[in-house]
Design a protein around this ligand. Structure first.
Ligand code: ZN
Length: 287
């Protein structure tokens, strides 16, 4: 558990906070390449808040050896991947800078980043293959201190992910003392799996269709769970069909190509083109 300090760049400061919607599908890792003393997360927060020296740049988190600053909300994209105005790196990824200030403990900062990334992977249902380097998008030599140990870094993420998935899922939610407005904190407080996947399941049970984890849907789910609105019985869907389209229709999910493409990406199927084998793969994963 590392302290996350939310200090969002003001909305009007569009060179650092473009403000357009993002549904994050990737996590992009950077190093600050700033070894100056004091170049920690707080300093980078000030840098962004002060207009980044006139540069068009913005990212979501900066992590140092003791704390994490969040500069942008996670449903807005930043400019950090160097792959252009419509690049997937910029438009679909959460940008994380890891500090390398000479008066900090780089190893500890990396451990803190591992903690943050696991949490984001879980909260946003992002798979290990979608945790990438800045270099992946633009070829830039970044994160410069991690590129030669990238495999090991990802292994650490996977190990912690396994540890997390062992968490017990309680089937009988209890009343909670938690009074805040975060569904994740609420679920944690009643000892229920708060991962994206489980929230999606819960959302369906509580009649919230097409759950994408938006702030609005999370709040709706939280309110329904608090009120104890009785969950509808879960539709199992058509278990006989071999057609993904028919299956999606049977569970009331949009079966258009573009939605199947999204679902495929969420289930780790790359380059979805709607081929028969991809459709079968998607069907099996969804069932
Ligand atoms: Zn970078």
């Amino acid at each position: 558990m590392v302290k996350i300090i939310k200090k969002f760049i003001p909305k009007g400061q569009t060179n650092q906070r473009p403000g357009s919607y993002m549904d994050p599908e990737y996590i992009t890792v950077h190093n600050t390449a700033n070894t100056n003393k004091g170049a920690n997360a707080e300093m980078h927060s000030r840098y962004l808040l002060n207009g980044a020296g006139g540069r068009v740049v913005g990212w979501h988190f900066t992590v140092d050896d003791s704390e994490i600053y969040q500069h942008l909300p996670l449903d807005e994209h930043g400019w950090h991947a160097g792959d252009g105005g419509n690049g997937t790196g910029n438009r679909k990824s959460i940008g994380i800078e890891i500090c390398e200030n000479s008066d900090g403990d780089f190893g500890k900062a990396v451990s803190n980043a591992v903690w943050l990334i696991q949490k984001l992977m879980k909260d946003h249902n992002i798979g290990i293959n979608h945790v990438v380097t800045h270099k992946h998008w633009s070829g830039k030599h970044c994160p410069r201190r991690l590129l030669d140990q990238w495999h090991g870094f990802k292994k650490r993420l996977e190990n912690s992910k396994k540890a997390n998935s062992k968490k017990k899922t309680s089937k009988n939610p209890q009343t909670s003392a938690y009074t805040g407005s975060s569904i994740v904190d609420y679920l944690n407080s009643i000892n229920v799996d708060s991962s994206f996947n489980n929230r999606k399941k819960l959302a369906k049970q509580y009649g919230i269709s097409n759950y994408k984890g938006t702030a609005k849907q999370n709040l709706e789910l939280l309110n329904k769970m608090r009120k104890g609105t009785k969950p509808k019985s879960v539709k199992k869907g058509n278990m006989k069909t071999t057609s993904i389209v028919d299956y999606l229709k049977s569970i009331g999910v949009d079966s258009s190509f573009s939605n199947r493409k999204k679902l495929a990406a969420k289930h780790g199927i790359k380059n979805y083109r709607g081929t028969a084998s991809q459709n079968t793969q998607l069907l099996n994963k969804m069932r």
